[in-house]
Design a protein around this ligand. Structure first.
Ligand SMILES: [Zn+2]
Length: 228
């Protein structure tokens, strides 16, 4: 495993890596750290009186839907102003497959086509009854939007705490086939993402860990700028 940003970075043969990463099967596993440079929050702040953590609880949406949707709208308007940073853009330019824990949609905005959003997407609304997906615009038109198809209350497109992550089987498939795994802006503290890194190791993939400043390190890794 290689850790970028650590003391040993200068001894790493970055130039040699660049050529390999560009032409081999590389998968990036990303978390909140990659979006910090885009101005998105990491911590436990409160929005409209609702702690960010409570917004990920299903009970908040069923018991206090008005409050949940007010907080949702605040976050949405703020996150809609965020744009991809150099880290998102480099991964997109090289069409690296992305497995992300982020719900901000910035990998798609940057132009990445192969993106697995394990925790869903903030900018979508879902109907848990008929499983339809709608644009978050409905939350701007109605205080508590309901499903245009079946009439039930809609919920945010991000997954709620305790609910299973999405598309994990496909994520496992990608990682198992990868020769290089870039772990970016995440500590991989929880399953199943922790398990994805173990799979990469078991299969003999090289794992690169970019704990922070991915907007600096990714352009270096892909040979777009030099490290000084
Ligand atoms: Zn429905």
């Amino acid at each position: 495993m290689y850790e970028l940003g650590a003391a040993n970075t200068n001894e790493l043969d970055v130039q040699g890596l660049t050529n390999r990463l560009n032409h081999r099967n590389t998968v990036a596993l990303t978390g909140a750290g990659i979006s910090v440079a885009s101005g998105l929050p990491l911590g436990n702040e409160a929005v409209n009186g609702i702690p960010l953590n409570a917004l990920f609880l299903f009970d908040t949406w069923t018991q206090r839907p008005n409050q949940a949707y007010d907080a949702y709208r605040s976050i949405l308007s703020r996150w809609r102003q965020a744009s991809p940073n150099a880290a998102h853009r480099v991964l997109a330019a090289h069409q690296i497959r992305i497995i992300t824990q982020n719900i901000d949609g910035l990998h798609r905005d940057a132009g990445s086509r192969d993106v697995i959003e394990l925790h869903g997407n903030l900018r979508e609304l879902v109907c848990l009854t008929c499983e339809s997906v709608f644009s978050s615009d409905l939350a701007l038109q109605h205080s508590i939007p309901s499903c245009p198809t079946c009439g039930k209350q809609l919920f945010s497109g991000f997954i709620m705490e305790g609910h299973p992550v999405r598309h994990i089987a496909r994520a496992v498939e990608w990682v198992a086939a990868a020769e290089y795994l870039l772990v970016i802006g995440t500590q991989l503290a929880m399953d199943p993402v922790r398990r994805l890194r173990e799979i990469a190791r078991e299969r003999g993939a090289d794992v690169f860990w970019i704990s922070d400043k991915a907007e600096h390190w990714l352009p270096v890794l892909f040979g777009e700028t030099t490290h000084s």
